[in-house]
Design a protein around this ligand. Structure first.
Ligand SMILES: [Fe+2]
Length: 241
């Protein structure tokens, strides 16, 4: 369809190769997450278009350090890392004060979740989840522990590489973006069905943290990674549920 014939509210469709495959061979869950029928448009309600509001007051956003349960308390086991970047639209305009939620496995590759059957220890000092808001320039930063890889038990062969899940809320409930970001140089990246469900190699690279220069400081040694999220356009960061 030519761009000129699109209704005003529509966006140009993405090149499918830059997005995650809707149905991934060997990953049955991808079938259940994908609508089997054409989508039906329905009018959006006012609260869907304008909410949520006041999240900063309603939610405990903490101090952005998820490597320990209390400031200055005992640290979770694993490699301390700092993650930073910006959230922007396709023109580089910042997504200001967006609510970002992250969740991840601990350094042994274990989630606090009743369906996690991986035989690995939990960490008493780590919940694997956190919330924060982007700044006025769309920037964000948090500390955590580098997650471990974990097996997809029903697969008999597939291990997920270390990754951090991100959810970014725009100005309304209808602007939620979800993805997973991976670490550079991980052998399991090569076989991960989800990461490689993005067929375009350049687009796939946008799902991998960029390592930052290392330095040694007294008391705060950590490795640093960066990821700049672009939420729309040809250079957008692929969504990955
Ligand atoms: Fe995960």
């Amino acid at each position: 369809m030519a761009a000129g014939s699109l209704p005003q509210t529509a966006y140009l469709p993405y090149d499918d190769r830059t997005q995650t495959l809707r149905q991934i061979k060997g990953y049955p869950r991808s079938w259940t997450r994908t609508p089997a029928q054409p989508l039906i448009e329905r009018p959006l309600t006012l609260s869907e278009l304008t909410g949520p509001t006041g999240l900063e007051e309603k939610l405990n956003l903490g101090n952005g350090d998820f490597s320990c349960l209390t400031p200055g308390g005992p640290r979770a086991i694993g490699q301390l890392i700092s993650v930073s970047g910006r959230v922007t639209d396709e023109d580089g305009a910042p997504l200001t004060c967006a609510l970002v939620e992250v969740w991840q496995a601990n350094s042994a590759g274990k989630y606090i979740h009743q369906l996690d059957r991986h035989q690995a220890p939990l960490d008493a000092n780590f919940t694997g989840q956190g919330r924060f808001r982007t700044g006025a320039d769309g920037s964000y930063q948090f500390r955590t522990i580098k997650p471990g890889g974990y097996p997809v038990m029903e697969s008999d062969w597939w291990w997920r590489p270390p990754h951090i899940h991100f959810s970014i809320f725009g100005p309304s409930w209808m602007n939620r973006y979800v993805t997973q970001i991976f670490f550079p140089g991980e052998p399991l990246n090569e076989t991960d069905l989800l990461l490689n469900g993005v067929l375009d190699p350049e687009a796939r690279q946008r799902l991998i943290f960029q390592p930052q220069p290392t330095k040694v400081e007294s008391g705060t040694n950590m490795l640093s990674f960066r990821l700049d999220f672009v939420l729309r356009g040809k250079n957008s960061t692929p969504a990955l549920g």
